[in-house]
Design a binder for this molecule. Structure first.
Ligand code: NAP
Length: 460
């Protein structure tokens, strides 16, 4: 009896001989299962993995306890006449949809309603046929399953494990909608940061285009449009990068102030703040991307034709006039510290980027992670902000810079980081910090008075 029982467990059935069915069948065969395909046309099936049997749906269903349904949802009605053979069987719904909310109910729940006497388990739908063929060697090791019957899920879980996947139980069949949405996600956490990046880039590009290139053309009749390619790009990139880095640290600071103001940490943050906090990593990584571009654009400055041309021109003119330049030490100090702050800031920036990689951040303790992301993060912001202030130098006050009454881009981009740094400075002053720490540990404003009032009534 046990022998036939194990034999039965070793047999699995796959309905549908398409891409998914074939790949799954191949993997099942490799893992030592005997595989029966159920097909509409068992005689004329091509390219099936060696060693698999092909039967009609009814025959295949009778031969196994576990049946994978590798057929598109639209065709599920072929299962209705088979209901008798599917009684008590475990049906695995692998299906995905083309878009979210395509159907009123989840595919797996629809399947369950078609064959109420079978036990439907949703799962494996996050894999692709291609990944199944390649084996679970890469990141594609996790599969999700859900279903209403624990025994049925156990059967599917065992098969998943045998195939080399680690299966995660996501609960009852009502979770299947969520599982079906997984493959349809399009970088959900990147969307807001991407929009911000595109918006800022577009804004500053046109802002600088107007106040520099158009301004020169209209007021002096000079065509310096070639500067769009490198000079302008090398302004937009650092500006966007610094603003986005500030945007990455602003929500944390706002959240702290909100907690201070409310005097408790037990109230939910507003939705927008929550969403903002969740995409800080993506904001930071995009900011790092822009900083990298800025570094590259800066490194090519010496080989630009425009720069070489004017450098030579100046030298030649000087030779002609037999003039000399005086070395100004304060200028050297200024230029070197400007560059050095930029380099230090960028170095820490890269470190922040590296610690955001899951493999690295998972290896850090909570304290290490918060040290890097909070302390070093704010230090990065500080260094990059100083770098930008030094870029401005004394020029902040010169009226000649305000073309058409607009401030230069770097001045605009300093507003947000300066605000964030000031607020952060307030937060780390000892008396504010003490309050924040108390709140984070569960202290609530008013709770003491309430308690003492209660005590008084008790005493009375
Ligand atoms: P497919 O290549 O189009 O194959 C579907 C198979 O279903 C056909 O080969 C056919 O097999 C059977 N079929 C077609 N119409 C039928 C009908 N009216 N009645 C009964 N059976 C019918 O599709 P697929 O890519 O393998 O996908 C199958 C399922 O797996 C879908 O629900 C899909 O969402 C899911 N899935 C696919 C992938 C993937 O990478 N391809 C990944 C995750 C999930 P017979 O001719 O042998 O009957």
């Amino acid at each position: 009896h046990t022998h036939s029982h194990t034999l039965c467990e070793k047999r699995v059935c796959v309905f549908g001989t398409g891409d998914m069915g074939r790949s799954l069948g191949l993997r099942l065969l490799q893992a030592g299962y005997s595989v029966m395909f159920g097909s509409r046309r068992p005689q004329s099936c091509n390219f099936l993995p060696n060693g698999a049997q092909v039967l009609s749906h009814a025959e295949a269903a009778q031969a196994a306890h576990l049946i994978f349904i590798a057929v598109q949802r639209e065709h599920y009605d072929f299962l209705v006449p088979l209901a008798y053979h599917l009684k008590g069987k475990v049906l695995v719904d692998l299906s995905n949809n083309l878009k979210k909310n395509q159907y009123p109910e989840a595919n797996a729940e629809y399947l369950q309603s078609l064959v109420p006497e079978a036990e439907v388990v949703k799962g494996f739908n996050t894999l692709s046929a291609w990944a199944l063929q390649n084996g679970p060697s890469d990141a594609n090791r996790q599969v999700y399953i859900c279903g209403d019957r624990a025994e049925a899920k156990q059967v599917v879980l065992a098969v998943a494990t045998k195939l080399g996947f680690s299966a995660l139980d996501r609960g009852s069949l009502s979770a299947s909608r969520e599982l079906e949405d997984f493959p349809l996600q399009l970088f959900p956490l990147w969307r807001l940061p991407m929009r911000i990046a595109v918006g800022l880039t577009a804004f500053f590009f046109f802002y600088l285009l107007i106040r520099e290139i158009l301004y020169a053309y209209i007021t002096q009749g000079k065509d310096i449009s070639f500067r769009i390619m490198v000079s302008l790009a090398n302004r937009v990139c650092p500006i966007v990068s610094l603003i986005m880095l500030a945007l990455c640290y602003l929500p944390g600071v706002l959240a702290s102030f909100l907690q201070l103001y409310r005097g408790t940490k037990y109230r939910r943050f507003p939705d927008w703040l929550d969403r903002w906090m969740l995409c800080r990593k993506q904001l930071g990584l995009l900011a790092l991307g822009f900083a990298c571009l800025h570094v590259l654009y800066t490194l090519i400055i010496p080989i630009r034709y425009y720069v070489r041309f004017w450098a030579t021109e100046r030298t030649v003119t000087q030779i002609r006039q037999n003039g000399t330049n005086e070395f100004i030490t304060s200028r050297a100090w200024h230029s070197d510290s400007y560059l050095s702050f930029g380099i230090l800031g960028f170095g820490l920036y890269v470190l922040l980027g590296i610690t955001s990689l899951p493999s690295v951040s998972n290896a850090l303790s909570w304290r290490e992670f918060s040290f890097v992301q909070s302390k070093l993060g704010h230090l990065t912001l500080l260094l990059c902000t100083i770098h930008t202030y030094l870029y401005g130098g004394k020029r902040f006050l010169s009226a000649s810079l305000y073309n058409w009454y607009t401030p230069p881009g770097y001045m605009l981009c300093l507003v947000l980081p300066s605000v964030v740094l000031l607020l952060k400075l307030l937060l780390v002053t000892p008396c504010v910090d003490r309050n924040i720490t108390r709140i984070r540990q569960g202290w609530e404003k008013g709770a003491d008075q309430r308690n003492s009032k209660n005590n008084k009534t008790l005493v009375l």
